[in-house]
Write a protein of this length. Sequence first.
Length: 151
Amino acid sequence: MKLAMLMSFMFFLISCSSLATNSKELSKSKQTEEFITLVSHAKTYDLSHNWDENSPIASVNPKYSMALNATHADTRGTFGDNNQLSFTSEIMQWSGHHGGPTIDALGHIGRDGLLYGGVDAAQATNDRRGIGRSGVGSDLGIDHYPVNLLY
């Protein structure tokens, strides 16, 4: 979901580029007015996809699973509001990298121990918080993906 939001935001920024180039000539109120007009007419693209127990997933990944760990009945009164507010809380497990549509960062797949650009795959992923967090391969995230390939 985070990736879908990032990609939507990137498309939005690209679509705003013409407004930004002309903004030096416009007053603040005119810039705001044009920005609101642009946003109100912008198209949005949902890049997310549904996951359930029938979603195709490569056999090397864990199967999708979801369970509620708190139900509405469990959570009423949590906030001391005379039982007005309730919510659910769920636990989900899956790997979205090998099932359904994806937009991969440049470091997702390696060959002969190397990632895109000759980056050492083991070093780039030796910090389990994510690719590049060790400092090696930090330029392989989707935020560094070539803009001309996004069209």
